[in-house]
Design a protein around this ligand. Sequence first.
Ligand SMILES: Nc1ncnc2c1ncn2[C@@H]1O[C@H](COP(=O)(O)OP(=O)(O)OP(=O)(O)O)[C@@H](O)[C@H]1O
Ligand SMILES: [Mg+2]
Length: 223
Amino acid sequence: MISLEHIDFAYENGPYLLEDLTMTIYDGDYVAIVGENGSGKSTLVKIMLGLLKPNHGKISSTFRRPAYVPQPTDLINKQFPITVEELLDFQRQVLKIRAKTSIEAALDQVGMADFRRHLVGTLSGGQFQRVLVAKALLGQPDFIILDEPSTGMDLRSQDQLYPLIHDLHEQKGVTIVTVEHNLRYAAHNASSFFHMVEGRGHFCTPDEYIREYLQENGGNAHV
Ligand SMILES: Nc1ncnc2c1ncn2[C@@H]1O[C@H](COP(=O)(O)OP(=O)(O)OP(=O)(O)O)[C@@H](O)[C@H]1O
Ligand SMILES: [Mg+2]
């Protein structure tokens, strides 16, 4: 479980982006965070992960092995001359996992085992994203946050990624948070939506979100 209570957050010299935000995510939940560009979704997940510190408020988490797949635009230098296998091996050592076979197992799960000797800089955006998901899976996480995981992925890769997330949730009981613009998959998989508006957010069903979205956009937006 992770609970955020009365969180206020501003970037340095910026306005308050999150104001009095309170939310709890329970073990086994699958929450899709939705909302407009700039509404603070990525900021919120970075606060959950402890990568950003709120100005006020309290966070408590019982998860022991959180994992994070950042938003593709937020990324690390892909030109770094390192192979897929080396990237995962580095993470394996950070996590002090003994078995090297864990690397192949994680790559297998995302259908990227054949690419293990490729330089990460030569991968397509969607392939690289799948490698990052494999990296997140290495530590057998009990909580995974994926920020717009399908951005840059073709439909086939998406059709591979979402069943994988679905299985982690359903079969392994992993708690999932995704930031989503991909409403089709999110509505299909998530147990609830968390709609970010004006520095706060609220839980709702996919149908409620679509109604709210249409209201905000004068009733003629494309969802
Ligand atoms: N490191 C930073 N320093 C200052 N301002 C930032 C920083 N990161 C984000 N912001 C600002 O905070 C606001 C929210 O950004 P955030 O990335 O959380 O939005 P988002 O909901 O994830 O948007 P998107 O859907 O485009 O990914 C934006 O106005 C952004 O410009
Ligand atoms: Mg974002």
